[in-house]
Design a protein around this ligand. Structure first.
Ligand code: IPE
Ligand code: IPE
Ligand code: MG
Length: 247
């Protein structure tokens, strides 16, 4: 055994050369996290909400500028009504409880998804959160709520047609301006917790060239070390965008 003192100045997580500008997270596994503890699924969702803050803070520390979190999909309406209403209530409560803190910490809140179908009172709470935080610049937290990638593309298409856009002038960039994420750069990294290897209708247009990372860890257990592992793996990827890279 070495008698060398442990050097506490050596960082356990060395800084990484490349940090994604925009990360998307499919926060999956809340239900299984709860079931494995014999708790109701909604307690898993509450634990999932509690975890957002720690990962958001860790993203700020790493220098990530946009974090998109998948919170409720257009397909999630097919869950049992109690779970759906529980998830709706949870978003309202979270805005009530967390908005001040998020605002104080310089977080700009954005929403990606359809407002239609959301209870009018919750719609107002969402609009209020966007309005209050709109000038914040530390990090953007984009909440994908009542979000579906296909619905988004359809909504965009409807507006393109309604605007009378000449088909000849329609480009990928112009089309991107009609998406919910109009002002955001595409995600560089998509993380999915809970072990599945699918996108489940998340950012299907925007993630065309994102790196994909999945871990079996359930979302409530996905901590700073788990995020670091994902960022480390991201650094090992060679992003070619269809090109041949000169060595
Ligand atoms: C993800 O966790 C959160 C939402 C879809 C709202 P799940 O509720 O899908 O958790 P599992 O996949 O059943 O464990
Ligand atoms: C994706 O998780 C949606 C969210 C995380 C909000 P799901 O649990 O709904 O996805 P599937 O059903 O496994 O594809
Ligand atoms: Mg799931």
């Amino acid at each position: 055994m070495s008698s060398e003192p442990i050097n506490h100045h050596v960082p356990l997580q060395p800084a990484l050369p490349s940090v994604p500008h925009h990360i998307g997270i499919i926060m999956d596994g809340n239900g299984r996290w709860a079931q494995s503890r014999s708790l109701p699924r909604l307690m898993g969702h509450q634990a999932g909400v509690d975890n957002i803050k720690r990962i958001l803070e860790s993203c700020v520390k790493h220098g990530v500028k946009v974090l998109t979190i998948y919170a409720f999909s257009t397909e999630n309406w097919h869950r049992p009504p109690e779970e759906v209403s529980g998830l709706m209530r949870l978003l309202g409560l979270t805005i009530q409880r967390q908005l001040n803190d998020l605002h104080k910490n310089g977080v700009r809140i954005l929403h990606s998804g359809r407002m239609d179908g959301i209870h009018p009172q919750l719609q107002n709470q969402i609009r209020h959160a966007l309005e209050v935080t709109r000038n914040n610049q530390r990090i953007s937290l984009n909440v994908a709520f009542n979000y579906g990638g296909r619905a988004e593309i359809l909504d965009a298409m409807r507006r393109v047609v309604a605007d009378g856009v000449d088909p000849e002038t329609l480009t990928e960039d112009l089309f991107g301006q009609y998406l919910y994420t109009a002002d955001l750069p595409d995600p560089d990294l998509i993380i999915r917790t809970g072990g599945e290897w699918r996108l489940s209708n998340f950012l299907i247009w925007q993630a065309a060239y994102a790196e994909y990372y999945t871990t079996p860890t359930y979302w409530p257990d996905f901590d700073e070390d788990e995020l670091y592992k994902a960022l480390f793996e991201y650094n090992r990827r060679e992003r070619r965008f269809g090109r041949v890279l000169e060595k």
